[in-house]
Design a protein around this ligand. Structure first.
Ligand code: ADP
Length: 463
């Protein structure tokens, strides 16, 4: 379409240009004649060199001009002798009103004499005061402009056809190059199933840059989806396992107790065991629920100013008795300026889990709890002298259900505590860090943004 329009425009330009070029010699000649015969405000038709041998008005000129001079009333005053020689009746009147300069879009004006086609201009004659004196009608044999127009149109048409063909061919080739891989991509994506997400999509043949980028982004997305699905599968399997174990124990204990009559002491002990298992189950379910709440991005949590030292002091209380019972020295250094913005219930969960771990994995020695303000941050540090964490296990301890095999066996727990702590610290824009040496102890550090305390301007004192 665009090529067709361009071709048409080219043809029109050629047409206008040919017309202009054809009219130019007639216009020039008319000006010349007008200059010669308008003299002293009168038409001096004899003043022109009608019989000069070089002149185009002569019979034998190879490209003759036919000149007629008319007065202001349109009466023919004189015409060149070569008109009579044409041998056919020649128009004796003005063929159209005189025009000093034809507009460029004007087609050539023509008329036929016998077997000849002539084109012509009608040129006005004015005196110095712009008074109309008459007109010149100057004609010339038409040397085949119509054929020229046709040939030009044909040439342009041919070029258009060749260019259009080439363009279509190029378009077909390039669209096949782009659409082919996209088609393969669509088919491969449609054939994807949840259990084959780990297999990257492959496409045969060369790829253009954009499709290659799209393919790599899609494969990246598939890999991440696969990882997420995998984690979800592992999580469900682990959670089911963790739930099933205490339930089996509960059931076993109840069945054992009911098998035959028991002493009141035995029943009490069984119920005590059942209660412990139920507590364990409750903690597990609570942790699972809390994790799922934290995983949902739309869960609303209301942040309020929290005095971290007060919060830690409160949470420490139940641990003091446990530590004392195990002969572990539990000390705390709490800076009262450690304020942060947070969700108090979640921050309590952090303190509880970290302290619980310190106690669980410290057979003897001491636990030091520190809360301090450090610049724009508040830091909670729990340092123990326990079993420590092997370096290869450190990157995994915040994973859900992960427990260090060498140290966690026989210790109560289900591997969700630190996953929960990490999630809560992230929610508070904080950083969770560990430093540990096997057999020496572990330090857990939680760094949170400090609450910016507005210091009031000093007030003047009344004297
Ligand atoms: P658990 O319920 O097993 O304590 P956590 O998620 O709280 O689960 O901790 C994950 C694992 O990290 C624990 O099983 C334990 O092996 C290790 N761990 C956590 N805290 C300590 C610590 N203070 N000292 C030694 N090992 C620890």
């Amino acid at each position: 379409m665009a090529l067709g329009l361009a071709g048409l425009a080219a043809w029109l330009m050629a047409y206008v240009w040919i017309n202009q070029m054809a009219r130019l010699p007639l216009q020039n000649e008319a000006q010349l004649v007008a200059h010669a015969i308008v003299q002293g405000g009168e038409l001096q038709i004899e003043a022109y060199y009608w019989d000069e041998p070089h002149h185009r008005l002569l019979e034998r000129h190879i490209d003759p001009f036919f000149l007629q001079v008319f007065d202001a009333k349109g009466r023919l005053l004189r015409q060149s002798d070569n008109i009579a020689l044409l041998g056919a009746p020649y128009p004796q009147t003005l063929l159209h009103p005189p025009v000093a300069q034809e507009p460029f879009w004007q087609p050539l004006r023509t008329f036929r004499i016998g077997s000849h086609t002539l084109y012509y201009v009608v040129y006005p004659l004015y005196d110095a005061q712009q008074r109309y004196l008459g007109a010149l009608q100057l004609a010339r044999l038409e040397p085949g402009f119509l054929a020229l127009y046709r040939q030009t149109a044909l040439g342009i048409g041919l070029i258009w056809a060749v260019l259009s063909g080439l363009t279509l061919l190029l378009l077909a080739l390039s669209s096949q190059r782009v659409l082919g891989p996209l088609h393969q991509l669509t088919q491969a994506t449609a054939a994807l199933s949840a259990d084959r997400l780990h297999e990257p999509i492959r496409i045969q043949g060369p790829l253009d840059r954009e499709t290659a980028l799209l393919l790599s982004a899609l494969n990246d997305l598939l890999r991440r989806l696969h990882e997420a699905f995998d984690e979800l599968r592992r999580f469900t399997a682990n959670a089911s396992h963790e739930l099933k174990t205490p339930l089996t124990i509960l059931r076993g204990q109840a069945e054992l107790a009911l098998r035959r009559p028991r002493s009141a002491e035995h029943y009490r002990e069984t119920l005590h065991n059942i209660l412990r298992q139920t507590e364990h189950l409750t903690t597990l379910v609570e942790h699972l629920l809390l994790l799922s709440r934290l995983d949902q991005p739309e869960t609303p949590f209301s942040f309020t100013p929290v005095d971290l030292s007060a919060l830690v002091a409160q949470e420490l209380e139940p641990f003091r008795a446990r530590a004392a019972a195990r002969g572990i020295a539990l000390t705390a250094a709490l800076d009262p300026k450690a304020q942060t913005m947070g969700v108090a219930t979640l921050l309590k969960e952090v303190v509880r889990n970290v302290l619980d771990n310190a106690l669980k994995y410290t057979p003897k020695g001491a636990i030091e709890v520190t809360v301090m303000r450090s610049g724009t941050q508040v830091v909670l540090e729990v340092r123990d002298t326990g079993v420590g964490i092997p370096p290869e296990a450190l990157p995994h301890i915040t994973e859900r259900f992960y427990r260090v095999p060498s140290t966690a066996a026989g210790v109560e727990g289900h591997g969700l505590g630190l996953a929960l702590v990490a999630r809560i610290v992230t929610l508070h824009n904080g950083v969770l860090g560990f430093a540990s040496q096997v057999g020496q102890g572990t330090t857990v550090r939680v760094t949170l943004p400090a609450l910016a305390i507005a210091i009031p301007d000093p007030q003047p004192i009344d004297t």
